[in-house]
Design a binder for this molecule. Sequence first.
Ligand SMILES: [Mg+2]
Length: 234
Amino acid sequence: MLMKKPYKHLFFDLDRTLWDFDTSSIEAFHKIYNKFDLKSKGVDSVELFIKKYTYHNDILWNQYREGKLAKEILRGLRFAHTLEEFGINNKELAQQIGDYYVEVSPLLVHLFPNAHEVLAYLYPHYHLHIITNGFSEVQFTKLKSAKLDKYFNEIITSEEAGVKKPDPLIFSFAFNRTKARAGNSLMIGDDIGVDIVGARQIGMDQVLFDPDKKSSTDGATFYINDLIELKKFL
Ligand SMILES: [Mg+2]
């Protein structure tokens, strides 16, 4: 049996850890498909649109993460590239869709099971914080619309820190802000390369959240498939 460790600060990732990004995103794409009448413009199905978008967004998001692309450009460009797949060359439409997507998706609340229950359980016993690579205003909106903001002391975004996870600097930025130390903190996230590697590099224990059971534990301190499992060791 695992010993309970004296953690004081719990750092949660947001997207795909508390916020079910993929479910929310699919709902947003259905809204986009209807609102911008993409069927009549030659986009056969919303599923195909999502597939092409995902391909282009992954490429551009990596460039954004490496600091090679500004977020304002990323927002429109990922849709411009997607629309081009369907023979639509319309930068203005791409920008409109990009703005709408960023505006509407943080309002489409889908959380992973037991998110509220486990945060309400942890809240009296730990200092809870968020460390996210998402856009600041989008992440703040998500936390508010999901009524999660009440649980968290500090919301650390990569935009404020100037670097993104797994860069150690975002963690030192977070420690500075929260007065936490690696030794009394725990990082909870879904992304091995970003959350787990990042936390491990600076000597912080980690929880890998893997709801689809697609990873191995890969050396994370703890491994869970459902957020409720945090209660076992916290
Ligand atoms: Mg994540």
